[in-house]
Design a protein around this ligand. Structure first.
Ligand code: CP
Ligand code: NVA
Length: 330
């Protein structure tokens, strides 16, 4: 059956079949080829989208803006605090207002429930640009990057180190399960994904001939991995006072030269970014001053190494987001 996702929301990867994800990745590859070759693709002129951000962003916002401009769309950006949503107007009312004016709505913010409610009431496609639980547009960029590096998803071992129950960790477990990639969580058990999501992911993985494995053992978790991925230890929206416990819990799970050496010879390092790999940020400098560590989830050595593909991932955010906008609005 041909794949058609026109009019659909993009809220979490669990809602999409492997064939639909495959379709979006192929579309993204085509848009990347066109962009690189200077081929115009203003296929959605006269349509408009709105970007609702309740948390800060560089990649996601810029990807939606550039993708929207390339497709000929009008794009409105609403920054944290500049709309009535939540304070003076409910999520449902905001959705119904924006749905009367725009052809699509992007939301980045807090609970997954908010983006699900927007989708329920908007009457137009709603795209999740990150919630506390999921980060699905990041997943398409990561899958595209993996396919570019390894040629396919076949026989790959993916290891996620660090805070495995945040939006990125949760989403990667689902993305790998959907595309048949063996997925290992390498984290302290306090930061494993929820038992419920692990069960769901295991069932999805079984359908796609792959596995989900959880371990606290770094040597076992990183052994022969083709991809080692990490994310920041404290996510947006979490209180500052969790840093101390998080650093203690996650220091052994830092991606360093030893972890990469234990991985497969062709291993790549991935990170959704932004990353604390040095002290050249305000938070990085504050943490160094307070806790005496100059690198957090990844060492600067690994981040800057030839194995690191983090900027390919960042570029692929734009091509894959363009595919999602186009496929759901065309
Ligand atoms: N990876 C990612 O979502 O980056 P931003 O927070 O900059 O959008
Ligand atoms: N887990 C991170 C992802 C940032 C793209 C956060 O939510 O802050």
């Amino acid at each position: 059956m041909p794949v058609n996702v026109r009019g659909r929301h993009f809220l979490k990867l669990l809602d999409y079949s492997p064939a639909e994800i495959r379709y979006l990745l192929d579309l993204a590859k085509e848009f990347k080829r066109m962009k690189r070759n200077g081929v115009p693709h203003r296929y959605l002129e006269n349509k408009n989208i709105v970007l609702l951000f309740e948390k800060t962003s560089t990649r996601t916002r810029c990807s939606f803006e550039v993708a929207g401009n390339d497709l000929g769309l009008g794009v409105t950006y609403l920054d944290p605090g500049s709309s009535q949503m939540g304070k003076k107007e409910s999520i449902a009312d905001t959705a119904r207002v924006l749905g009367r004016m725009y052809d699509g709505i992007e939301y980045r913010g807090f609970d997954q429930e908010i983006v699900e409610t927007l989708a329920k009431y908007a009457g137009v496609p709603v795209w999740n640009g990150l919630t506390d639980q999921f980060h699905p547009t990041q997943m398409l960029a990561d899958l595209l990057t993996i396919e570019e590096k390894f040629g396919s998803f076949k026989d790959l071992k993916f290891t996620y180190m660090g805070d495995a129950r945040n939006n990125t960790g949760n989403s990667l477990m689902v993305a790998c399960a959907k595309m048949g990639i063996d997925f290992t969580v390498c984290a302290p058990k306090e930061l494993f994904p929820s038992a419920e999501l692990v069960e769901t992911a295991k069932a999805v993985a079984a359908e796609n001939h792959s596995t989900i494995h959880l371990t606290e053992d770094v040597a076992e978790g990183t052994k022969d991995a083709n991809i080692i991925y990490t994310d920041i230890w404290v996510s947006m929206g979490e209180p500052d006072d969790v840093w101390e416990t998080r650093i203690k819990l996650l220091k052994p799970y830092q991606v360093n030269a030893a972890a990469m050496k234990n991985a497969a010879p062709n291993a790549v390092f991935m990170h959704c970014l932004p990353s604390f790999h040095d002290t050249k940020t305000t938070i990085g400098a504050e943490i160094a001053e307070k806790f005496g560590i100059t690198e957090m989830e990844v060492t600067d050595e690994v981040f800057e190494s030839p194995q690191s593909v983090v900027f390919d991932e960042a570029e692929n955010r734009m091509h894959t987001i363009k595919a999602v906008i186009y496929a759901t609005l065309c």
